[in-house]
Structure formats: structure tokens, C-alpha cells
Design a protein around this ligand. Sequence first.
Ligand code: PEP
Ligand code: MG
Length: 631
Amino acid sequence: MLVVRQKQPRRFEEDEVTFLFTLAAQLAGAITHAKASGELTGMEEGLGAPARFLQGLAGAGGVGIGRAVVAYRKADLEAVPERECGDPEVDVALFQDAVGRVEENLRGLKAQLAPDLPSGDLALFDALLLMLGGDTLVTETIGRIRQGEWVQTALRHTIEEHARIFDRMEDPYLRERASDIRHLGRRILMFLQSEQPQQGGYPDNTILVGEALGAVDLADVPAERLLGVVSATGSSSSHVAILARGMGVPAVMGVKDLPVRRIDGREAIIDGYLGRIYVSPAPAVRSEYQRLAGEDRELNQELEALRSEAAETTDGVHVPLYLNTGLISEMSALGISESEGIGLYRTDMPFMVRDRFPAESEQAASYAAVLEAFAPRPVNLRTLDIGGDKPLPYFPVHESNPFLGWRGIRISLDHPEIFLTQIRAMLRADTAFGNLRIMLPMISTVAEVDELLSLIHRARDELLEEGCDIRVPQIGIMVEVPAAVYQIEALARRVDFISIGTNDLTQYLLAVDRNNPMVAELYDEMHPAVLRAIIRVVEGAKVYNRPVSVCGEMAGNPLAAVLLLGMGVESLSMSAGSLLKVKWVIRSFSRARARQLLNSALRMEEARQVRDYLQGVFEDMGLGGLARSGK
Ligand code: PEP
Ligand code: MG
């Protein structure tokens, strides 16, 4: 509470009030950060402070107690986190080596440019070399390291301090020197980072934390050491959250007040059900979470017993459960034996982790590995769906509205050579196994489907001419754009199967960016409009007898799965971590009971009511633990 008093009795002016609002808002932000990073711990403990946590969005279920490790952008001095050093002398040596290499590099550059640049411009190099050679920058950094700072943190502090001095200078020429200092800092940092790979720096129970974590950041952590994922941006349907679910680790997304730079190395508790992070938790909180984690483990053991059971309703309807994978194919074997095939293989990851488009033979080899692992069970390989939140480093696309822009098959159609290469690779991979099905994402018009089908036939004809013994697989589309919902009959007529991508469908129906934490509370797959859109798809596809499955994250949500069952969705495809939970749900209801629940849910006007209603039903049946922590 901010209390302001004045000696003279008078009303505060309006501009004074707004000034105080502004001040209070800024102070509140700073205090939240300081609390979260533990800097206020000492002050608060005496006051019996309540358990502190940072609130984000539930990304992937599960709880865990571990240590925060910050993943940050490389070659960016500002992003370097506060970290303590292990052995100061090792860090000092690293630093001196990096400085030596920058000096060498600058001299080399100067010599290289000397014939072409006027000597005035070359003086810049002399100035940089002088700063490096001059004592202060180097000795100050070494001093900080010896006081316990990690080499990169020490460098950041020294550079910031020097740059700030120049920033404040009146003379514009001297002020410009601030950017030279920052430039120099970045160069030293680059050399340091090339010598200090993060691998090996991950403790056993790593909670990976970042401003905007990407799939590649996760791939960097050895799977057995990853305990949780926390991102300042994103929401439950961001690809990082999906990836976390696939790996069976909790995730909290969109933590707006996350003090990323100051959290590194601290003990933390992650609650992926409630979307909370506790930094440097109080002992009582820690022991409560130890208990909950224990109960979660027990629940998982009970789930294990379902592994060999059929996914059948109590009245004997078989609902095949498929696996969503691809983002993690290289990292995990989870879900291979529990699922009846792959309902969604995201082919994007092999494209994202390389520095160029993978060749046809490289792609064919990786698809063959997936087809083989599951044969004879069906595998839906989805064609490339880059764009949106999945950029390719070597194929930059700059758009103000990436989710409404050039993504998915829109890129494939504008670059048929990329699409044809991928289809050829898929068809070639399938020759030995025969379980391939091709799935096309982001369809919004029938013309797109017609054109893609003719490209697929062209790839088939080429391969047949080349003497390959291929067959034409089943081809399906994903319904992810509202336009496809309302043209479902025309689309269904053209293809063999339909799979509903509820992550994007929810985003586009509700006009809520799936990665934007500011509007994440509006993002809800239980929204009555989403439920009705799915029903519309099921009915439309029935006209042409096409099977409908759901492969968005909704299928893996135990509460939602029962509604999908009631709607007559034939199969569900989900992350590995959800398979057994959803199997439990399927085995607990009859189709008729699911229809009843759906009818009740459809009478509700808000997502929250639907959710609370279903949670209540689950609690009554002893299934509550499937959708929250504890049993
Ligand atoms: C979806 O949109 O529901 C989907 C499954 O695709 P992705 O999450 O890869 O966009
Ligand atoms: Mg999608």
C-alpha cells in the first residue's frame, strides 16, 4: 500500500493521482520481481509471509521440485542471466582467452579492410583495441569474477556500467562510444559462448526457464534431466507446451512477471496443473509439493495397469487412441507401445533443427524410421506446417501477423518444390511398410485441396516412372480454420479422412493468439462455439462416410475427451503423457452416458461452466485426479 500525506489540507490534484497510480504500478512490478527472485525473502520471513508464487498458465500437467536453468538468446549481452561461477580461476582464464581472441580478430579485420577503408574509419578498430588493452575493462571483469560472478554475468555488468557512463555524456561523439563498448562486449561474449556450451551444465532436475522458449531449447536438455518447463510467453497450446506434454514433464507458460535474468540456479517448484511457479519455496510449501508429487506417482502407477487394456467404453465401443509426435521423435520412445498408431506426426522438427532444408533422402530415412517403429499400425505424416510460431532459421518470413499469414500448406503451394520433395520422401519411405497416411494442415479452401492432391499425384507418377514400387496412401485434411468447418462436406468428398486440429481451430474461432499470455484466459477449447464447430464437422463428414478424429491437445484433455466421445468422434490422437489418462476415461463411460454429459454441457453458455460441471462429474466418479494434482 502506498500512503502519501501532505501538511496542508487540500484535495490531491488529478495529475498527482495519476502520477501515484503510475508510481504504484511500477513499484508493484519491481516488488513482484524481487519477491519472485528471492531478494525479498529475508525481509518477509519475519513477517510470516504467505507462500509466494508466480502465476502463469497451465501448460502441461504434473508437479516437480527442481532447479531453474535459464535458456537465453546467444550473442545477446542483455539476456545473460545472473549466475555464480564455479571456479573463478577457470572463468578468469576463459575470459582472458576470449579477450585475446577478440584482439586477434580485430587486428585481422583491420588488416583485411586497410586497403579499402580511409584511415579515419580504421581508427574505430584502434579505439576498440585500446579499450580492450586499457586496464579497466579487463581488470574490472576479472575482479567481479573473483568475487564470485560467472564470467558472462561479470562481463555483462562491466560493459553495462561503462556504457552507461558514456550514455550520460553531453558530447554526441562521446555518447556514441557507448555503442562501441556494447559492440565490444558482444564480441567477447560470442567467443566465450563458443567455448562454453550449455550441455553438461544442466543439473539432474532442471526446470528450464526462458523469455520465449522454443522447441530447440528443449531439445538441448538431455531428456532424463528435464523436470519442467517455464516460459514467460506462450500458452498451453504453444508448441513448447505440447512438446513438454509429449515428454511427460510439467510446463507453465505465459508467466508475465517472470524475473528471467535473476532466477537462474534457484530452487523452484513447478505446478503444471495450476500454472504456478514457487521460487526458493518455503519449507511448508516444499513438503506439500513433495506429498502431491508422491500422489501423482501413485496415480501414474495405477495408470500403468491400463497399458495392456483395450481403449473401450463400458458398452464395448472401441475408440482407438493415437499418438501425437514428431517434435520429439529423436528424443523419446514414450507412447510407442501404448498407442494404436500415430495420429499426428509433425514433420517440422527435422526442418527446424537444421541449417538448411533436409534433402529428399534424409527426409525419407527419418520417415522410414517412424513408419517402421509403428508398422503395421497407421502413421499420419503431416506435411510441413512451418510459419506461425515455428520459424525456420534459414527461411526467414517477416510478417506482422504470422498466424494469419504465410504458414502451413500456403507455403507448400507457393513452393511446390519443397512440398514435392517431402511427398516423394514420404512415398519412398512407405514402400517397405505400407502404413503411411498423408495429412494436410491449415486447409481453408477446396482449391487448395485440389491443387495439393494433384501435386501428390505428380510425385507418385514421377516415382512410378523412376521404377519405384509405391502405392498411393490415404490422404486426409486437418480442419483447423473455421472456413473448413463450414465447407466440410465439399472437403470431405475429396479426401479419405478428417482430423480436427483444435489448437488452431480454437485460436481462429475465438480470435485469440495461442501464444499471447495477455489474452490466454480467453483461449478455451471448451468454449461452446468450439464444441459446436466440432459437432458440425462430425455431421458433415458423415454425409460422405469419412472418419473423423481429433488431434489437437483437446483430445488429450480427460474432461474434453468424454465430450468428444459423446459427439461421435471416432478416434483421438494425443501427446504420450495423456494416453493412459484418456484410456481410463474411455473405459469409465458408456457412449450413451457421454452423450448425456454432452447434451448437458451444450446447454451451458460458458466454457468455465462446462469445465466445472465435468470436473464435478469426475470427482464424483473418483476420477478427479486425472485433471489436477494429487489423487
Ligand atoms: C492443431 O492445430 O490442433 C494441431 C494439432 O496442429 P499444431 O498444434 O501443430 O498447429
Ligand atoms: Mg495446427
